[in-house]
Ligand binder design. Structure first.
Ligand SMILES: C=CC1=C(C)c2cc3[nH]c(cc4nc(cc5[nH]c(cc1n2)c(C)c5CCC(=O)O)C(CCC(=O)O)=C4C)c(C)c3C=C
Ligand SMILES: [Fe+2]
Length: 431
């Protein structure tokens, strides 16, 4: 029985509801090719909005890593509240099933938000009803705490399965980490082109986890600060600079193999085709930055604010020349400019795939914006990649950008490979 006579009986598709909502809704967020209508006898084709389309869930790698970065993020880190291996496996199976449905634009569960019993809470929370898939990807990661407790004792029978690479990140000079914004046994990264779709995804996974895991911290993000495909325009961070210009892109097959995906023989087998996720919540001293002259801002980053071109000359995607000098005889890209200290040439060749988002968490009570960058980076070896680069940025040379930013949150997660049509997240770990 259902209280809503317009709702389909089961396996509710949000796209079906969208169709039922009429042409106005279709034109605003059309899904699927070949949609159209007629004005008089003239056919009018509705061009599908690519940002509304679904992204395949299954594959060799999890979606949401090299997938062209969507506009919005909702990230959550959870702590496991159960010690039962069976509970954990069941949770991962239920999460996979729910993610499989939500990423394709469907409700969670058999009956979804409105087609179930009126005497039971709905299986799906419902706030994405009528919305298209919006490019939703859900990527999960396992924190060190899922494998061992605080004393190093194995949890969930995962003895011998902890990857060496999943060791705690070191404390870097200048870190002001808040324990409540760090760590987590499980991570969920939901990215979509509609914030409501991303929030709906995390909310439903958290709801499913009730009694087995609870949220430790979560973060909303917007305005992707890293393009992960050369088809994308480079977005800007809260400092107003293009961010992601020199990022690894989905089209750079060799870089993905060399720097992002875990190959066979590189740690435990269950991580092959997976990747390690580093998150850092970085607060910005926005008001101080806004008082810095343009020339100073550009010198700090090492690129121009307008085009994003290197201070050594050229356009956005031109090579950085670290030896070039300006008219004053000084290095065009200064010794402590951010792009110099972060560049592979000064980091033993290390590269990372950045996928961060801007955030604004309101203001801080002093009228200052609580804003910054929720930094996200994927790599195959955190020690040789993120840690190497961050040590350089925070080290002796000390990136000048550090006067305007402070790291307050931190996480490291092992993201297993993608799932098959019948499989579940982390299946090989529990085999
Ligand atoms: C440890 C890794 C990095 C942290 C932390 C980080 C913080 C951070 N970065 C910006 C803004 C920009 N970063 C840019 C380039 C860049 N940054 C990193 C790494 C970290 N950044 C790398 C590896 C690179 C690329 C270097 C290169 O190879 O050229 C840029 C320039 C544009 C671009 O290439 O993306 C900007 C702008 C902020 C604001 C920030 C912390 C809040
Ligand atoms: Fe950077």
């Amino acid at each position: 029985m259902t209280t809503d006579s317009s709702a389909p009986e089961s396996g509710l598709s949000r796209r079906k509801l969208l169709g039922a909502a009429g042409l106005g809704a279709l034109a605003a967020g059309a899904v699927g090719a070949g949609a159209g209508f007629a004005i008089g006898d003239k056919p009018v084709e509705v061009v599908p909005d690519p940002d509304a389309l679904p992204i395949p869930f299954e594959g060799k790698h999890q979606a949401g890593i090299v997938t062209p970065a969507q506009d919005r993020l909702y990230f959550a880190a959870l702590d496991l509240t159960t010690e039962s291996r069976g509970d954990l496996i069941l949770l991962l199976k239920e999460w996979t099933e729910a993610a499989r449905k939500m990423t394709q634009g469907n409700d969670v569960g058999e009956f979804g938000a409105v087609a179930g019993s009126p005497f039971a809470p709905p299986e799906d929370t419902g706030e994405a009803l009528g919305l298209p898939p919006s490019g939703l990807t859900i990527t999960i990661g396992f924190g060190r705490g899922m494998f061992v407790d605080g004393k190093g004792k194995p949890r969930f029978g995962l003895d011998g399965k902890l990857p060496d690479r999943l060791k705690d990140l070191p404390l870097f000079s200048g870190d002001r980490l808040d324990d409540a914004l760090c760590g987590g046994d499980l991570a969920i990264q939901a990215c979509a082109n509609d914030p409501q779709v991303a929030v709906h995804a995390v909310r439903n996974l958290v709801r499913i986890a009730f009694g087995r895991a609870s949220v430790r911290y979560s973060q909303m993000g917007f305005g992707r600060t890293s393009s992960t495909s050369s088809a994308q325009v480079t977005a800007r961070n809260m400092l107003g600079f293009k961010d992601g210009t020199a990022n690894i892109k989905a089209e750079d097959a060799k870089d993905l193999d060399d720097f992002v995906w875990v190959p066979k023989g590189d740690g435990p087998d269950w991580m092959v085709n997976g990747s390690y996720l580093v998150t850092r919540k970085i607060d910005m001293r926005i008001e101080i930055w806004d008082r810095e002259p343009l020339e100073g801002q550009e010198a700090i980053i090492g690129r121009t604010k307008g085009s994003g071109g290197p201070l050594s000359g050229g356009d956005e995607f031109d090579k950085l020349d670290f030896k070039a000098k300006g008219e004053d005889g000084e290095l065009a890209i200064g010794k402590v400019a951010h792009v110099r200290l972060a560049h592979p040439d000064f980091n033993k060749g290390a590269k990372i795939l950045r996928r961060g988002y801007n955030f604004v968490d309101g203001s801080n009570g002093l009228g200052q914006l609580s804003a910054g960058l929720f930094f996200i980076a994927y790599q195959r070896d955190p020690e040789k990649q993120f840690v190497q680069i961050q040590r350089n940025l925070a080290g002796k040379l000390n990136d000048v950008l550090n006067e305007y930013i402070v790291h307050v949150g931190s996480g490291l997660f092992a993201c297993p490979p993608g799932v098959t049509t019948e499989g579940y997240w982390g299946e090989k770990l529990f085999a």
